[in-house]
Design a protein around this ligand. Structure first.
Ligand SMILES: [Fe+2]
Length: 476
């Protein structure tokens, strides 16, 4: 009897305590969510390389935008100024580029605009070629008229996932391969960047099909080396690149079918960074996930456009999203399997590219709710359970890339992928590009022109004050 009472007492203490700490945490987030700080959308995007960062945040008033950077060790301060652009909702999005940072140093930053001074956030620049990044996709911070707490709850979960990852490694880069938002709304981007944890990281986002439903990604972003001039770009954003360690990150706007422009972008980005060993692409559309049967015809078309480009330019790893299902492809060259992968694959000098898809943060799918298939390009898939949230930590070093994939529920690794290369070329074949790719790239560009006209009509019908030339010919 005594034993039973003491067990009951112990359980009451444990669960009572964890319930009250959970409630306190929830209350803290609820209170924080209401603050100007939470809603300011403070985001630190990459600069061209480790010595730069591009900042963006919202304010209600127009005025001087500046970022104060403090070198923590030396105690010296530097002020950088920028500009503000009016957003579609009537706010202002402040843009400031910071340059001249030194590698391997800790800095703080503060964003200041008319009537607003942010909290001070700390970040550290990488020193050599070793660093860790977090890779997530389809975060889907979603505005929903029928759920007044939806945005707040979505943002809270994303913050918790980042906190868990940061408990495992020091992470200073977040790679998000699209669908940060569900409707492309300013309030959703504010939610996406609301957690204090994300503000200590450099954030590199790709545009998802859901981000393209609205217009506000175009004022949220502040990307380095963005391709804004092309035959046919899309209005929200262009492709962009940045270098960190010995990795060239190529972030592609996969909603844009203009193959000619993507090909030109990849060529010029790689020419500008010939000595960088690793090439990692980040884009939304999943190409080779092969999990959702009814999307296979769309994927077939997209593979014609994107597959040969990744092969021609020797991309090592492509990080994607869209399907919300975790898969790792075999090693592919021009759509053909050159080497098989599987669970915990280790690939030495692979002769081609590996494509990954991760699961969604706020809209996880599970295998029971879809008509699933697997095509023969898939090397490994993870059977997702209901509401299972997945994320990845990627450890980059001179000779290897290792992706560790985690389930947020358990905090445990369920799969790894390791790629090693002993030279810059590694096992990538050096062959002439396929002839039909030129035709596909051209047709994609023509298609995109008409698609942009459709998007303009849709946005107008939704009552948005958009300009025809801004949407169809997009030159920013
Ligand atoms: Fe999505």
């Amino acid at each position: 009897m005594k034993k039973t009472i003491s067990i009951i007492l112990a359980l009451t203490l444990v669960f009572g305590f964890s319930f009250s700490s959970f409630a306190a945490e929830k209350q803290n987030w609820d209170a924080y969510w209401e603050t100007e700080e939470a809603q300011a959308g403070v985001t630190m995007f990459p600069g061209s390389d480790e010595t730069g960062r591009n900042f963006s945040w919202y304010s209600e008033k127009e005025g001087k935008s500046k970022v104060i950077i403090t070198d923590v060790e030396a105690g010296t301060e530097n002020t950088f100024t920028g500009t503000a652009v009016k957003t579609y909702s009537g706010d202002y999005a402040n843009k400031v580029s910071v340059t001249g940072l030194e590698k391997g140093k800790t800095y703080t930053y503060k964003c200041i605009s008319e009537g607003y001074t942010s909290e001070e956030y700390t970040f550290t620049t990488s020193e050599g070629n070793e660093f860790s990044a977090m890779y997530v996709t389809d975060v889907h911070v979603s505005y929903n008229e029928e759920d007044e707490n939806g945005l707040k709850n979505n943002a809270e979960l994303f913050g918790k996932v980042i906190d868990q990852a940061e408990g495992k490694r020091e992470i200073d880069l977040l790679l998000s391969s699209g669908d940060q938002a569900s409707m492309g709304l300013e309030c959703e981007y504010k939610g996406f960047t609301s957690s204090p944890a994300i503000r200590t990281m450099t954030v590199a986002t790709a545009l998802g099909n859901h981000d393209r439903k609205g217009v506000d990604y175009s004022t949220f972003k502040n990307m380095p080396n963005e391709q804004t001039k092309g035959i046919c770009t899309t209005y929200n954003t262009g492709d962009y690149w940045f270098v960190k360690g010995d990795v060239l990150f190529l972030v592609l706007e996969s909603n844009n079918g203009s193959g000619v422009d993507h090909h030109n972008f990849l060529k010029s980005a790689i020419n500008a960074n010939k000595d960088v060993k690793w090439r990692v692409a980040v884009m939304h559309h999943d190409l080779y996930s092969g999990r959702i049967i009814h999307r296979e015809s769309e994927n077939d078309l997209l593979r014609l456009l994107w597959g040969p480009m990744q092969s021609e330019f020797g991309i090592d790893l492509v990080l994607t999203g869209h399907s919300h299902y975790y898969t790792v492809s075999h090693v592919l060259y021009n759509g053909k399997v050159t080497q098989k992968t599987g669970a915990n694959a280790v690939l030495n000098n692979p002769e081609g590219t590996v494509y990954m898809v991760s699961g969604s943060i706020n809209r996880p799918r599970n295998d029971k709710s879809d008509d699933l298939g697997l095509n023969d390009t898939v090397g490994y898939y993870y059977e997702q359970q209901e509401n299972q949230v997945l994320y990845n930590i990627i450890d980059f070093s001179e000779d290897s890339i290792k992706v560790s994939s985690y389930s947020y529920d358990t905090g445990e690794v369920f799969n790894t992928l390791t790629i090693t290369k002993d030279s810059q070329q590694g096992g990538h074949p050096q062959k002439l590009p396929l002839f039909y790719s030129f035709i596909v790239n051209f047709l994609g560009t023509v298609y995109q022109f008409f698609n942009n006209i459709n998007v303009y009509t849709r946005l107008k019908d939704e009552g948005l004050d958009v300009n025809f030339f801004e949407i169809v010919f997009s030159r920013k």
